[in-house]
Ligand binder design. Sequence first.
Ligand SMILES: *Cc1c(COP(=O)(O)O)cnc(C)c1O
Length: 331
Amino acid sequence: MDYGITLTEIETARENISGTVVRTPTVPSLSLTRHAGVPVSLKLEHTQVTGSFKLRGAANALASLSEAARTKGVVAVSTGNHGRAVAHAAKVAGVKAVICLSELVPANKVDAIRALGAEVHITGRSQDEAEKEAMRLEREGMTFISPFDHKDVIAGQGTLGLEMLEDMPEVKNVVVPLSGGGLLSGIALAIKARRPDVRLIGVTMSRGAAMYESLKAGHPVEVEEVESLADSLGGGIGLENRYTFAIVRDLVERCLLVEEDELAEAISHAYREEQQVLEGGAAAGIAALLSGRLKPDGPTLLVLSGRNLDMDQHCRLVCGGGAAAKEASNA
Ligand SMILES: *Cc1c(COP(=O)(O)O)cnc(C)c1O
């Protein structure tokens, strides 16, 4: 099947981004191996520059611009990891970046994006209004970079798949947090091209799971956005989805849902057992394993995708769990 993105493009992406991203480690998890009864390893992509894998896609999109497009600059709409990634990748590439945000975005997030060197346009009181501003800038000649449904972004995320096969050649199951599906699509294309026997599993939160509902419906659908610990997994897949819906539908073995308390438990587990700080979305794979929703039958690799969360919130999550656990062990 031709999905518009080839293994060669993913290999080229790896060369394109090698100066901007770090090659993150894969480490065996003794605690999760014990829990699952099969070897479990973790791809520590939350330790990526800017705190998430999104830098891979953004850096590849920047590297793939024509000379004319470079002079006009790039535009993105994102309050979170994609905004940070585009801002940083553009700065490294010496290209102007505009990040469009609504008035509702908290000042600390706006400051974080400005600090990475991007221009911030604040318009209206919703994400939709911010998108309109981005579309206006696109009409004026800037290149719009979607966080997931973009060829170069997907190829960039696919570089993770190449690294994971090198690090764990015996792998049978790869577990990936899922929202718009750029991460899962890229990894699936890279892995299936080389190892069709490896199974891909997407995990998302049960609150507002756009790709899950779209797969069930057989076409992209809109879901209501609800607050979740996994805020980086929120948002739709786009009714005009061009790439990720078909790739996830065809190449992914199954998609699982996890609950909020399972995400909280997973964040706490990552901190206490693995000494890793994870944001909610990044802990989805661990939540699937710990809750027993996923019972893998062979060597399993989980992608830990990001670590950008409010550290006071993290503190409350891991300390809350700790106090409860201590009480239980004293009883
Ligand atoms: C964006 C993001 C995801 C989901 O990636 P998609 O390509 O939208 O599926 C998962 N985890 C983190 C930390 C993210 O920032």
